[in-house]
Ligand binder design. Structure first.
Ligand SMILES: [Zn+2]
Length: 179
């Protein structure tokens, strides 16, 4: 065991440090404060604290960089985290290491299904199964209307988007049938 660093590898906090193994490499540790450990080991939600990752992702210490990468991946519903992941550079072996730790960690995949439970994909054509009052657009999308080339709302399995009456609208998957 190496000596414990004096500050948190991610945020620089000096209090309540503990070494955490960066799986699957049991011999590689990062020293983390209680706040960072809670994010690594439990739920992580967007908070100003995690802006520390914008420095940590550039750390020259591989274990720190890998840890930052994993946390950012779990925050990637946030635009700032996605932006960082886009510009971050990890050596290929470190990227592989980082992703090895994400396997069981991802959110369940978002799968869009029509009213019959048939899986929908971007580009599909669907038919409306009831008249839909389009809020804010001032028209009703009629039952039977075909909506071509739909797109899927990435973070909401109940929503798709498509053009009706020349307008891009959000449609609930429960009201469509795949054509
Ligand atoms: Zn910390």
């Amino acid at each position: 065991m190496s000596e414990l660093a004096a500050t948190c590898a991610l945020c620089g906090n000096e209090n309540d440090l503990a070494a955490i193994a960066v799986e699957p490499k049991d011999d590689q540790n990062v020293a983390l404060c209680a706040t960072c450990r809670a994010g690594v080991e439990g739920e992580i939600t967007d908070a100003p604290h995690w802006r520390c990752l914008s420095d940590a992702i550039w750390s020259t210490d591989a274990a720190t960089q890998v840890t930052a990468y994993r946390l950012l991946s779990r925050l990637k519903s946030e635009a700032w985290a996605r932006d960082l992941l886009d510009i971050a550079y990890l050596e290929p072996e470190n990227l592989e290491w980082a992703e090895a730790g994400l396997v069981d960690d991802g959110e369940p995949p978002v799968i869009h299904r029509d009213t019959n439970g048939v899986q929908l994909a971007a580009g599909d054509t669907v038919t409306l199964i009831k008249d839909l009052n389009v809020k804010g657009a001032g028209f009703t999308a009629k039952r039977g209307t075909a909506v071509r080339n739909i797109s899927l709302v990435a973070d909401n399995e109940g929503h798709i988007e498509g053009r009706v009456n020349g307008q891009q609208i959000v449609i609930l998957t429960e009201f469509v049938k795949k054509s």
